[in-house]
Design a protein around this ligand. Sequence first.
Ligand code: ADP
Length: 632
Amino acid sequence: MSAAGTQSETLEFQAEVQQLLNLMIHSVYSNREVFLRELISNASDAIDKLRFEALQDESLFEEDPELKIRVTHDPEARTVTVVDNGIGMSRDDVIENLGTIAHSGTRRFLEQLTGDQSKDAQLIGQFGVGFYSAFVVADRVEVYTRKAGAPASAGVLWRSDGQGAYTVDTIERPERGTTVVLHLPESQQEFCDDTRLRNIIRKYSDHISVPIEMPQAQAGDEGEQEADAWEVVNRASALWMRPKSEISEADYKELYKHVAHDFDDPLTWVHNHVEGRQAYVSLLYIPKRPPFDLYEQKPAHGIKLYVRRVFITEDTEHLLPRYLRFVRGVIDSDDLPLNISREMLQHNPMIASIRSASVKRILDRLERMADNEPETYAEFWQAFGRVFKEGVAEDPSNSERIAKLLRFSSTYEEKETPDVSLDDYVGRMKEGQDKIYYVTAESFNAARNSPHLEVFRRYGVEVLLLPDPVDEWLVAHLQEYDGKSLVSVAKGELDLEALGEEEEGEKEEREQKEKTYEELCNRLKEALGDRVNEVRVSHRLTDSPTCLVVGEYDFGMGMQRLLQAAGHQLPTGKPTLEINPDHAIIQHLQAEPQQRFEDWALTLYEQALLAEGGQLEDPAAYVKRVNGLLAG
Ligand code: ADP
């Protein structure tokens, strides 16, 4: 096979690729026909890339300027072949693209796999396996390719049976672009069928904007087929340019799968033809589920930017803010210069105005969804709420609209699934209540069981439960909603009158207790030294003996830990220890002799710290101390 001068090399797949391949080969894939959609999607991307590069260097078209994809089959040889005259690949490209997975987050994605094939098959769909889906139907795959502009002698042949290794050869290949040949086992014979292939292409790839050609269907007798008669099987026009009324739901969904590299349908989309000072089309999708790399710095996919139907770049930074980084889609501008570079996107005023209009359209869509389809909105929130919340800080110009769309858990029904809006909360506020109360914690249960909530429960005042790390940022930026300030239940002095409903005589009783326990507070402060700023009688507690409170303008304890973990020096003050005068331990402490008093003081402080989700400096000493006290 290898002629003189060719270089044949057998290489092993990167471990992650082999893992994926095994999954592909062995997973009971209900929808095997999507292999063709994936290969055509890659071919179309390769043609997009060529068209873009040819803007700078027309010679890349070589003698073959008509960009197209061809699909053929050979029932005798049992092959299906996909050919494109796109950008093609060099030998290095082939090894890099078909032997490894460059996506950041791949390893983490693979760790999520459960071994349960149907669940894993879904996850694989989200990951977007693309080329490797060839192995769902083929037991052997060959890729012949040559990069545009390279000499015919720089052709490459890649071959593999998907079992651990692949071979790369250098070959002569006069044609630019890529030919993928799938060798099907007998069990997959059904795909070697003209009608079947046409139907698959119409079903999944109609939206592809380059022509997809197949040999003209034979009319009548054998042998009459013209040697080179092809016909275009798809509509071959940019879907997003068509009037909305002419686009079916199915068309929208298939385009989504192509641009988002997702196997699942989108949750929703917004499609706009914009005229006027700037003309462009935007078609933006919200996925159903988070992409695997939602929290990576450099996500693999984003918004495809086109200028007058020519693909320019896939942008993940400039066309939308980061808190909407889960949105996928296409923006096609009539007015941007064709030679716009990625760097130019950053400072281009047209891009800035497309961006702010796109944000508004997405917020509009979400608002309508929240009002009219609360169940769909709940799905959205479940998938993307955490990321969306970043918007309060990131996008001050829209922060009111974003705040309206936020959903929280609260003490109202104590549901872990966040479904309380700030408007719901405000609508339930008690008479005289003028603040929105929240508690941050490290988990839903920690928030729900926080000692700080005790007095709020007693007065029947609702508190928002905020268990995400990002919530700390959220409340740092969202100080007010609907004229009411957001207040942490764990900060500063509580204004009980603001909670309303203080019963007759309660105030006097409180003041009396403060007096009675003043001396105890002083002794505790002395025992705790500079661990705490102050010790005082609490009005928050009904069940717990103690809790820790930070200053009104300090970071919450959780945020302090986050910042410290990130290596920040904090200028914040020490917390205050509050004691519950109605608690048996506190009452008992009044009479405790000095030698055990210090153990009690430390233990109460450390328990309050634990209840906050904090960590003890010396857990073993704590256990010893508690055991000493238990032993009496
Ligand atoms: P994805 O398309 O999601 O990046 P794939 O596994 O489908 O992942 O493909 C990996 C890479 O291989 C592509 O990003 C592309 O660079 C390259 N590739 C695949 N098919 C072709 C093709 N027909 N022409 C040129 N390059 C291709």
